[in-house]
Design a protein around this ligand. Structure first.
Ligand SMILES: Cc1ncc(COP(=O)(O)O)c(C=O)c1O
Length: 437
């Protein structure tokens, strides 16, 4: 390339010669704050309360290995072959049995097996969202869903939550103010059970109300339910889809109840929607992995898998207890947090004036990591809060991490009291150099 050509190009194109070629939609694709954190959080000296990885230590790996060996020997030509675009029929029947635990009556024809529920999110966005379409989503919302909506150039409008989940009055008010501007949202994205990142569940008495509001406003409900079977008291909320088969698309996954590495999830959708989901999925991946599907199907058929889910629940419950007890013991005044009854996450709100992004360097130098609240908002808000995950570290590490975090919050509070809100711009002798964070 000549000297003149490169001088005429915008600055970024010298780093990436393809810059001018990318589709418009790639402009809204940015690495999530969680991705940027992984490098830091995976250092052994750092207690990571950041990632939401399931803890697979409780899986019986030896007997699973034996099951896989036998499956490959006896059904290898099916497992290693292409399969149906909609997914294996037997597995779709089993998925209906799994969903029955949440009160759902469904036909296997209306189930589409996907590569994790993340692909199901992508497919739903692909068939419903044009650029600039509006999606309603809880405030805060699952970061992976926000990334998907951004990839389709949709606009996310957040709706308030409280300790009982999505607030129906806030949903009504948001719809009214959008309607006054001539805006009609296409989807309401919600995680009603053991929410990521807030750790709360939608109260039973709100469920029909939310469905009714969405239906009257002509907004399709997208119910994402990875944690539904992980309620610590062993009880299971009725799915929204159990109440409304017409206006709800339900997403499920085996990632949190079995193994995320298999990447098996699903969508249950009204008939016409299901047809389009299958076409979109075939265009994207031809078919989900036959091997992974057969592993899940065999696992569901041959093992006491609900007992395994119970032991996951007990493990997560012990970790939740460790986190809540140590938060209560050491957090400075003015700090608040949610009390999850299932799932993986606590949502912690900082004392007034503190900012979770500004605090992160100090926390990391104290060897604890979390995800700043801003990751879970499409509009840059959420700095007053953070997500703490208790799913992966041992109870002892969780206690350690919470102690370290409390120390960092205390020190930041003192700084803010001295220099003013958020501590940004104030001298911070303890903050590591940016390249170490
Ligand atoms: C709310 C929510 N939806 C979807 C997913 C994606 O899960 P999967 O592994 O099934 O793609 C996650 C994973 O953390 C999640 O928390």
């Amino acid at each position: 390339m000549s000297q003149e050509t490169s001088a005429e190009q915008p600055a970024g194109s010298r780093l990436d010669p393809h810059l001018a070629r990318y589709a418009q939609r790639t402009r809204s694709m940015t690495a999530s704050e969680i991705r940027a954190l992984f490098a830091v959080a995976s250092r052994p000296e750092v207690v990571s309360l950041a990632g939401g990885m399931p803890n697979l230590a409780a899986l019986p790996l030896d007997s699973l290995g034996e099951m896989l060996r036998e499956m490959t020997a006896t059904r290898g030509t099916v497992a290693l072959q292409y399969g149906s675009g909609q997914g294996d029929e037997r597995l779709r029947e089993q998925i209906c049995e799994v969903m029955a635990l949440e009160g759902i009556t469904a036909h296997p024809d209306d189930v589409v097996v996907t590569v994790g529920s993340q692909q199901a999110l992508d497919l739903v966005a692909r068939i419903f969202l044009d650029p600039a379409d509006v999606v309603l989503a809880e405030a805060p919302s699952y970061v992976g869903a926000l990334g998907t909506f951004a990839a389709y150039q949709a606009r996310v409008v957040h709706v308030a939550m409280d300790a009982d989940g999505l607030v129906p009055d806030a949903l009504r008010a948001t719809l009214a103010s959008l309607a006054a501007r001539g805006v009609h949202p296409k989807l309401l994205y919600t995680v009603p059970n053991h929410h990521n990142p807030m750790g709360v569940s939608l109260a039973a008495e709100r469920r029909l109300e939310v469905l009714d509001i969405a239906d009257r406003a002509g907004v399709l409900v997208l119910e994402d339910n990875p944690y539904g079977l992980l309620g610590f008291d062993g009880s299971t909320h009725r799915a929204l889809r159990a109440e409304d088969a017409r206006n709800v698309v339900y997403l499920g996954t085996f990632s949190k109840t079995f193994a995320p590495g298999l990447r098996v999830g699903w969508a249950l959708a009204p008939h016409g929607v299901r047809e389009r989901l299958v076409l979109a999925s075939e265009a994207s991946i031809l078919c989900p992995s036959a091997f992974s599907q057969l592993v899940v199907s065999t696992y569901l058929d041959r093992t006491p898998w609900l007992e395994q889910v119970k032991s996951f629940r007990e493990m997560y419950r012990e970790r939740r207890d460790a986190m809540l007890e140590s938060l209560a013991a050491v957090m400075p005044p003015g700090t608040r947090w949610t009390r999850p009854e299932g799932g993986f996450y606590v949502w912690l709100t900082l004392p007034d004036g503190l900012d979770s992004k500004a605090l992160l360097p100090r926390a990391v130098s104290a060897r604890v990591a979390y995800v700043p609240g801003t990751a879970f908002y499409a509009d840059g808000t959420g700095g007053e809060a953070m997500r703490l995950s208790y799913c992966f570290p041992s109870p002892e590490r969780i206690r350690d991490g919470v102690h370290r975090l409390a120390g960092a919050i205390q020190a930041e509070t003192e700084l803010v009291d001295t220099f003013g809100a958020s501590g940004r711009g104030a001298p911070d002798a303890t903050a590591p150099a940016p390249d170490t964070v």
